[in-house]
Design a protein around this ligand. Structure first.
Ligand SMILES: [Zn+2]
Length: 60
């Protein structure tokens, strides 16, 4: 999604009377006009930028 779409989602999310925090289960790479902006993944539910989880449990 684009950074504008993400910003829109964040506004909409804040307007909702949600009781529980978003779990950021569905992520999409964030894009601006030229391409992947910062390599950041954005939650498509609430629009929050989420650092993409490369390796959650590194073994070494
Ligand atoms: Zn979320």
């Amino acid at each position: 999604m684009t950074i504008n779409q993400a910003a829109e989602l964040r506004v909409k999310w804040k307007q909702r009377a949600h009781l529980s925090p978003c779990e950021h289960l569905n992520l999409e790479l964030e894009w601006d006009d030229v391409g992947p902006s910062r390599g950041i993944y954005t939650c498509i539910i609430c629009g929050e930028p989420v650092a993409h989880k490369s390796q959650e449990s590194v073994s070494n």
